[in-house]
Design a protein around this ligand. Sequence first.
Ligand code: FPP
Length: 273
Amino acid sequence: MNSSLFTKESNHLSESIRSDFQLSPQETSIFDQIDWTKCPRHVAIIMDGNGRWAKQRGKLRTSGHKAGVQSVYDVVEACGKIPTEYVTFYAFSTENWRRSESEVNALMSLFSSSLIKYIDRLERDGVSLRVIGDLSRMGPKIKEEFRQAEERTSNNTKICMTLALNYSGRADITRVAKSLADRVVSGELKSTDITEEMISNSLFTNFCPDPELLIRTSGESRISNFLLWELAYSEFHFTNVHWPDFRKLDLFKAILNFQQRDRRFGGIDSVNS
Ligand code: FPP
């Protein structure tokens, strides 16, 4: 594409997106640096720092989780207004069962109550809700509530919000390996026919593209068993902001940071080619 046409398209998109937001001067200064024609299609987020946020305020850890729900909704709302199509949140890992019983119970209640509180807004804002992970351990009530919410929002197309619940990247890959092995044993498939595409198509995330951008909050730089296969070529953005403080400004900063990376996918950059 010729560069003046590209700038025109980018400016036009930027103007139309901006009209959907009320931006502070600080948000505007980051917003204006973003090329909205190069927005990540899929953003994955490891929400961290709820406990530390609460501790800094002399509150219970659970109040940090509660405050974190507002950040989830703010990010979903912002993603619905930009060209991002998928946003995936790591809400509960298989390792999170090691937390105290009271914290686990509080999180389960929060998942349920947040769903009840936000389901009408999800509908209104065109959000399609998906859940990934092994929901069988979450209890029949939560499982059914999320199933109904997925069904109710399945025709929405503005943004797809995915919650990873009782999720483990290794467990997901293992599940797929077992099912492919079963098909080989039954003679339905030859091991030499197994492709990366078949594995991608069998993972919980088979309905969405791999994330281009992973954000982790609260100063930690690990992926903690999240989307291990899917993050193979993603750009990682780590921020010190605790999750309950994460707002659209922080999302814009992450997208800008993503656009400043040179994504080569194992090849060489254009300058050195
Ligand atoms: C990590 O912070 C956060 C979690 C394990 C839970 C995240 C869940 C939510 C924000 C609720 C989302 C719910 C819905 C329905 C959208 P941490 O507790 O590990 O914090 P710390 O590292 O400071 O202790």
